[in-house]
Design a protein. Structure first.
Length: 190
């Protein structure tokens, strides 16, 4: 069965980002695909050291749990990353994870190329579009396919649960999740 890996970049297990990711997973499952949610909460993701040991090892050699995520991502057909916005940009550990995942992909078998997915940004007031652009850089340089929605993939909310008050944002996210799932199904027909 086709599967999407959803990476939740929030340190809060039940925060707004986690709630948005779970809603995406629900929509993807309704579309008939598997949805595998992975959280960075509780993990201490290190930055890439450009050691290039991933060329020989086939995965990242830093021992912080990211290699397990990379193994799961290798088998997935889609990849969605959701990040809370901190000071106008994506959380540092989200970018560290994406940069390392991208490095392993490029240094080995380009496993990200052709996967369907994209970024989501969640914030109280602003920085959404800058965060989406920052995250998109990894998707595009990795040869991934990024479908759109009816607006940018962003949701407003500060306190846990406030994202549900942003009806337009949640509608946008649901359509994005559906488009990811439907595009994966269409691509797999060929």
């Amino acid at each position: 069965m086709k599967r999407v890996l959803l990476l939740c970049g929030s340190p809060r297990v039940r925060g707004n980002t986690a709630q948005v990711v779970e809603e995406c997973a629900r929509v993807i499952r309704e579309c008939g695909l598997e949805a595998d949610v992975v959280s960075l909460a509780g993990k201490k993701i290190e930055s890439c050291t450009a050691c290039y040991q991933c060329r020989e090892a086939g995965t990242c050699v830093l021992d912080d749990g990211l290699a397990d995520i990379i193994d799961r991502l290798r088998e997935a057909d889609g990849f969605i990353v959701a990040s809370p916005v901190y000071f106008g940009t994506a959380r540092g550990d989200v970018m560290a994870a994406l940069q390392r995942i991208g490095m392993v992909s490029m240094a080995t078998d380009n496993f990200l190329s052709g996967k369907v997915g994209g970024p989501i940004a969640i914030a109280r007031r602003g920085g959404h579009t800058a965060t989406i652009q920052e995250l998109l850089m990894v998707f595009f340089i990795s040869g991934m396919i990024v479908p759109g929605s009816n607006y940018w993939n962003m949701v407003f909310g500060r306190e846990p649960g406030e994202v549900w008050n942003d009806e337009e944002g949640m509608t946008t996210i649901r359509l994005f999740a559906k488009n990811v799932a439907e595009l994966i199904k269409k691509i797999s027909i060929r």
